[in-house]
Design a binder for this molecule. Sequence first.
Ligand code: 13P
Length: 257
Amino acid sequence: MVARRRIIAGNWKMYKTVPEALALVEELKGLVAEMRDIDILVCPPFTALYPVKEALRGSNIELGAQNLFWEEEGAFTGEVSPTMLKSLGCSYVIIGHSERRKYFGETDKDVNRKIKSAMVNGLIPIVCVGESIEEREAGKTEELIRRQVVGAMEGVKTTGAADIVVAYEPIWAIGTGRAATGEDANKVARLIRQTLAEVFNERIAQEIRIQYGGSVKPQNVAEFLEQPEIDGALVGGASLDAETFYKICQGAAGGVE
Ligand code: 13P
């Protein structure tokens, strides 16, 4: 069995002005300063990435973006490239979040291009997959998740693939207060890992970290992290408050064997 290091990420979505973002990380970095056994990262909106990076200098919190465009530069008004994100100190980038798929029409093909571009440019992709309530009720969860994982990873080189993070985020659990059960989330995480083993190989699949996301709170984080296939959490609403996000990190760090 491979020991996978736990990873807790805060997806701030379209929240926090620069002053608000700075207030949050100033408080957070003090709270988590002693936590060395888990990876902690925040994913602010583009506008706050640089000031947040400056504020995080010397801290144990890493930086991620919430999206990118796959070209490195060019006439693509309004887009942000992987090179730009890398140069300002991002280590991670969230790709294919359900909100991007739903509101901005991102397809599995787009997700695939973005993953490849992120990897070429030294960014670790956090690839989001997850079913809607209709898909779940129609018994289509497995088929959909497999399609999303295969589509996302098509043609992705094995070099560096072990660093990829996959976030299982059932759409019906996002922002609803209705989290999946640990057991259900673990079943899907297992399916994701099996699919990754088919796409890459068993060794890489064992190294890839899988997060759960969707109404994660200090009160339920342990239920997810005690599952054998779940290695972390992608936290939305509860990452917007330093104390609450800290408690989630504590829940994750406390469970380390
Ligand atoms: P919530 O934690 O607010 O449910 O959001 C989850 C999410 O979408 C993280 O990417």
